[in-house]
Design a protein around this ligand. Structure first.
Ligand SMILES: [Zn+2]
Length: 189
């Protein structure tokens, strides 16, 4: 990801995934999340035809972008999270399995800079907070935070701060609370 630092008046480049030694780094001249034909159209004024992996394999790369619901609000995925939060007894795997699968899809396409990647990391944090799983919530919060820093700069938060964010999360141990409230209201024997 690139980010213009107004203080240093310089362009900062940060990795959102691991980089192999000697691997060539690229930057984008257009929105990498739109379809190949639209990207090529945007690149016309620059006078070159992009030959990156995504542009070379449009049938595959466009399909990934469709699967990622590009340019469509992710209502279905939000709904999944809400259903999980509001349904006692529904395990976190209802959210976790789907989000992990989406993350993998995005990683395979090399689109870790995507808004959807951040969103699924946040869903994982929400789901693990809801069941009070500190360790897992921290793992995904750290990744979400690192991605945020890559996009917009800023300082790395301490482990203590991240821990506080988890424990003070509005979803913290939410499932136990729902379960308790339902039991109290006589929904469960
Ligand atoms: Zn390309």
């Amino acid at each position: 990801m690139r980010h213009f630092n107004k203080v240093t008046f310089g362009m900062e480049f940060r990795a959102v995934r691991s980089i192999k030694t000697g691997e060539e780094l690229f930057t984008h001249y257009t929105d990498p999340f739109i379809h190949t034909s639209s990207r090529q159209e945007d690149l016309k004024p620059y006078g070159f035809q992009c030959s990156c992996e995504s542009c070379r394999t449009p049938s595959e790369s466009d399909l990934v972008r469709i699967q990622l619901h590009v340019n469509v609000p992710m209502l279905v995925d939000y709904k999944r999270l809400v259903v999980f939060l509001m349904t006692p007894g529904l395990p976190e795997s209802y959210v976790v399995d789907h989000s992990l699968q989406q993350l993998e899809l995005i990683e395979r396409a090399g689109l870790e800079g995507s808004h959807f990647y951040s969103l699924h990391l946040k869903f994982l944090v929400e789901a693990y907070c809801a069941v009070g799983n500190t360790r897992k919530a921290l793992i995904y919060l750290q990744r979400a935070e690192a991605l945020e820093r890559a996009k917009s700069g800023g300082e790395e938060k301490s482990m203590k701060t991240l821990m506080k964010m988890v424990k003070e999360h509005s979803n913290w141990e939410w499932k136990a609370k729902v379960q308790g409230a339902m039991k109290g209201a006589g929904f469960y024997a």
